[in-house]
Design a protein. Structure first.
Ligand code: SF4
Length: 294
């Protein structure tokens, strides 16, 4: 598959967010080479007149000046050091990060301005930045969420074609967690009729616990603009027997409330059974208190 990387410069990188547990987000890239069939961020391509289905994973925009712009934004006297979520609409550790190192430089900037952060990724490359994560944890607090939708590597390859296998992601959780970084697993998204068997959900919760995850969060698939079409195409190609079920379940963006509540109860029961802490998953641990000599 040919990928095109388009370097762009941006005027701002901190996006204000409403209705989430964080007020600010940063996405160093637009588009994501992983091309997961369920990716809800596809619409960010579409907003800017790009094709969010075929080109979401093949035409990636690289915000080359993001770290410098962030430094200017955080230096403003009005900046209150609120939690910043990194990677809400792209994977900040997709392969091209190996070349540009934008996410690393963004984390360094957050560290310098003592700003707490949460990071969501599916990629083991985050291990490269363990030194910066540690420093950020000490200066301001950081939390890492590694997304794992299933422990089945064959199914993972079907729905997240170029992401590292689940076992490798779980080893990443173990590595970060044992290095003192607050790390958990995001069981997401849960796909009705595909990844939602109780045994499959429990397997993720248990594997998370076995690999030192400090929390488990979960979300059920939602189908907004563009993602709806991309996912319908996937179902028609790979799981045609589910097309009618999804049509009736997803009359709007979200699965029916009763389904989401039932899934929530199941996941909570598995967390209880495997003694996974029920802490709010996007809350970074506060930095250790400085000892005073006085
Ligand atoms: S890794 Fe995340 S951002 Fe990238 S395609 Fe998959 S769901 Fe979307």
């Amino acid at each position: 598959m040919v990928r095109e990387f388009v370097e762009v410069t941006v005027r701002s990188v901190l996006n204000k967010v409403e209705g989430m547990p964080f007020r600010w987000s940063i996405n160093p890239y637009r588009g994501c080479s992983h091309g997961c069939v369920f990716c809800y961020a596809r619409r960010t391509h579409w907003f800017l007149d790009e094709d969010g289905i075929d080109r979401w994973s093949t035409r990636i925009f690289v915000k080359v000046n993001a770290p410098e712009v962030l430094r200017r934004e955080l230096a403003r006297p009005s900046w209150r050091r609120e939690l910043v979520a990194v990677g809400t609409a792209t994977d900040p550790y997709q392969a091209i990060e190996g070349k540009y190192r934008l996410t690393r430089r963004i984390l360094e900037t957050l560290r310098d301005f003592r700003t707490p952060a949460s990071i969501v990724t599916r990629c083991p490359m985050i291990r490269r930045d363990i030194d910066v994560l540690r420093a950020l944890a000490e200066q301001a607090g950081v939390v890492v969420c590694v997304s794992v939708a299933t422990t089945d590597p064959v199914l993972a390859r079907e729905i997240e074609p170029t992401v590292a296998p689940p076992a490798q992601r779980l080893r990443t959780v173990e590595h970060l967690s044992s290095a003192g970084i607050r790390t958990g697993v995001l069981l997401a998204p849960i796909l009705p009729g595909i990844t939602d068997r109780p045994e499959a959900l429990e397997a993720v919760v248990q594997a998370a616990r076995d690999h030192g995850a400090q929390f488990v969060g979960h979300t059920v698939l939602h189908l907004g603009e563009v993602t709806r079409d991309a996912f319908a195409r996937y179902l028609a190609r790979r799981r045609p027997h589910l097309v009618a079920q999804y049509r009736s379940m997803y009359r709007g963006k979200y699965a029916p409330g009763a389904y989401r509540s039932a899934i929530g109860r199941l996941v909570e029961a598995f967390k209880e059974r495997h003694r996974v802490r029920a802490a709010r998953y996007l809350q970074p641990a506060p930095p250790p208190r400085q000892l005073s000599l006085l």
